[in-house]
Design a protein around this ligand. Sequence first.
Ligand SMILES: Nc1nc2c(c(=O)[nH]1)N[C@H]1C(S)=C(S)[C@@H](COP(=O)(O)O)O[C@H]1N2
Ligand SMILES: [Mo]
Length: 532
Amino acid sequence: MTQETSTASRRRTRLARVALAALSGVIAAFAALCVGELLSAAVRPESSPVTAVGGAVVDRTPPEVKDWAVRTFGTADKLVLLGSILVLLVLFAAVVGVVARRHRPAGVAGVLVFGVVGAVAALSRAGSGWLDTLPAAGGAVAGAAVLWLLTGRLTGTGARADEIPRDRAALDRRGFVLAAGASVAVSAGAGFAGRRLGASGAAEAEASRARVRLPRPASSARPIPAAARPEVKGLSPFTTPNRDFYRVDTALVVPRVDAGSWRLKVHGEGVRRPLELDFQQLLRRDMIERDITLTCVSNEVGGPYVSSARWLGVPLAPLLEEAGVRPPSRGGPADQLVSRSVDGMTIGTPVDTVMDGRDAILAVGMNGEPLPFRHGFPVRMVVPGLYGYVSACKWLQELELTTFDAFDPYWVRRTWAREAPVKTQSRIDTPRPFARLRAGTVRVAGVAWAQHRGIRKVEVRVDGGPWQEARLAAQANLDTWRQWVWEWPATEGSHTLEVRATDATGTPQTSRRQGTVPDGATGLHSVVVSVD
Ligand SMILES: Nc1nc2c(c(=O)[nH]1)N[C@H]1C(S)=C(S)[C@@H](COP(=O)(O)O)O[C@H]1N2
Ligand SMILES: [Mo]
């Protein structure tokens, strides 16, 4: 062998070892995640390490960044987040593997550091306990063991590894392949078992949902007048089908609550008779059925986070009265109703608003079926006229009466406003932005909302010209959006269409542009189209 070829071949072997070391790190990470998955099935789905880290990131994301993510990725924001965490994890794991080739204890320490990160993340989430650290801790130990095992095969095993210069030591290829294969197989088995176990927990919740028989309402929703539903292609339907209903929450795994073991606690300041209800007791109470439009405070002008459903639920005010609650306007001590979900969300609603006669409900039904899991099964709150983050707690399990002074709920701690009534808004659904249209009559249509005040008027203007009144669909009730249509005699050229609503108090929507933080976006929605 010549000098050159032997140097080249030594370099190749070295490269192969580094690559295998990186692979060892990745296999160790895989083992850690799989064991974490298995343990999280025993603890709770949210404690799975990647989910816990993702959740902790969500909790710490500034509102502007969160809104950017929601805007950019829509409902896929959660997948993007989890995917990014996985990619980072794989990269770091590869580095840890390479380090471990030179210094096994340092590599193992690296893996354990990840375990600590996962455990701290799990512990930092609302409603978590020490048990939640188990999946990350157990996963890290498994990962460290796998890394130790695999890097041993790369450097010549056992004690010899520390005595023989690393690159000279026998590379135990066969041993490495066997150990790596066995690690991957055992890890995958653990991960698979974890998934199966997790799924069986979900299966019970799903069965409990399938068994729900929704009662007939004591008070039905008013029939929606046909005239409330103009037939215009491209216009949002008056009632949003459940599968199209917007979804906004912090849950990286949708909680699957078993209705059979669900309980609601009502307690706190000024509660003379604390209540505890199970799902059957709740279903036996008088129900009302109402069309209500829900809006997210993160909805940009013209955005998609507004939807309308026919809800079935228990009126909240009488329930609170039964518990002895009086609103502050009648001398009660608590001005804030804090709702808590099974995943630790806290949402604060003014007690006066809940008890002012509007249809605030504990909803169990949505468009004729039990709440979908994504939308809060078995029970969520709905309060007409308030943004979701101050009213619409999903997967509800506790109502606590307290004061705004004493407690800041989740979003308020993240710079959103304490109180947030829905702002008057309107949206052009059709034509779409940058549509190419034919000259002649074009039907411009959309929705407008000012829940609990009602919409009086919608106007459209072209290229900053005079406002022209649109035809409003019949009003279903004050708590829903209203569809509108305007026939535009479109002429050739590029045009800007703008819409503006006026609520039933006579106040027109402001044209002043404001972002979503801290209490909802303002400004006029506009669409640019070209007409040939
Ligand atoms: N448990 C829980 N409830 C929640 C949230 C959440 O993150 N967790 N998000 C709130 C927000 S910000 C909104 S806008 C509504 C959205 O309800 P939807 O997803 O059914 O449309 O739920 C509210 N209830
Ligand atoms: Mo929201």
